[in-house]
Design a protein around this ligand. Sequence first.
Ligand SMILES: Cc1cc2ncn([C@H]3O[C@H](COP(=O)(O)O)[C@@H](O)[C@H]3O)c2cc1C
Ligand SMILES: O=C(O)c1cccnc1
Length: 349
Amino acid sequence: MTLEEAKKAIKEPDQQAMELCKRRWDSIAKPLHSLGKLEDNLVKIAGITGSADIHLEKKALVTMCADNGVVEEGVTQTGQEVTAIVTDNFLNKKATASILCSMAGADIFPVDIGVAAETHVIDRKIAWGTKNMTKGPAMTREEAQQALETGISMVEELKNKGYSLIATGEMGIGNTTTSSAVASVLLNEEVEKMTGRGAGLSSEGMTRKINAIKKAIEINQPDPTDGVDVLSKVGGFDIAGMAGLFIGGAVYGVPIVIDGFISAVAALAAARICPLVKEYMLASHVSKEPAAHLILEALGLSAPLHCDMCLGEGTGAVVLFPILDLACGVYNGMSTFQDIQVEEYKPLA
Ligand SMILES: Cc1cc2ncn([C@H]3O[C@H](COP(=O)(O)O)[C@@H](O)[C@H]3O)c2cc1C
Ligand SMILES: O=C(O)c1cccnc1
């Protein structure tokens, strides 16, 4: 499906399914709304899937893996070769996200959407990394569109395989630099406010990172009203691929879980391309990256978890999975007021 077709296919979530789900929660023998965001997330899922019958047995994490030409500017603590190593490690439980997935009963789908080396994961390579955005656009508009469409098609494939919940993740040395650039443009905020130390960076490194982002924005002049333009000029294949996952979730009625800062920036870009996509994403945690909470605020989302995590790879999103499983267990298994023959709970005015 093309991006244009996807945009046309997106509808409002199903209000009736949400209402039914709320009614089911309110009928359960416990104080009203006492499971808070656990309840809210299931109501949202009902609206996304169009059904109050909620089962989350098959869960997936898609990690979009890509390299970033901007690492030439000395904006990271580790070298670009780490991207390919961690990408392949997703396959053999040697990466944090793959271990978390096996513990949470989820399957991991690492996608090479633009790693600058050969890898052994799902091959959707658009290019061998992006160009250095301080010297010109990171990629062409066509490449950005291709990355978005890759994300959309991954959701279609996983839905056809029976997956009902998808977490978003990434691996790409230098992608907090591109994320901060995209966030700065989309929110029209100072680069300094949007930039953190990523996977660990010295103070001199931070100065280089901020200067590189400013230079990239200055030279490329991305149009903040055009999400595809911003992604292509100062983004990366991984961020655009994840933005595609969010758009795909809205097209195919599959809830998509946001991870940390990088994933949230992708969600923001997706929402700029098509505002309704916001209704199809679930927040998981608030990353320790300084601007993460601002991105979630801009999306109008409130994350249930505050773990001071800042790892990426989809780790925080996968941590939400067992919590949603627990919510689902109560939703599907708990007795109702009718079962225990108690008049419905009436809160005090
Ligand atoms: C060994 C290693 C494993 C990682 N797994 C995720 N990231 C995280 O760090 C990177 C972003 O930080 P920056 O922009 O500072 O490079 C991304 O790959 C992100 O997923 C890692 C980083 C490293 C070094
Ligand atoms: O929050 C994130 O996604 C993040 C932060 C730092 C490094 N890697 C990922």
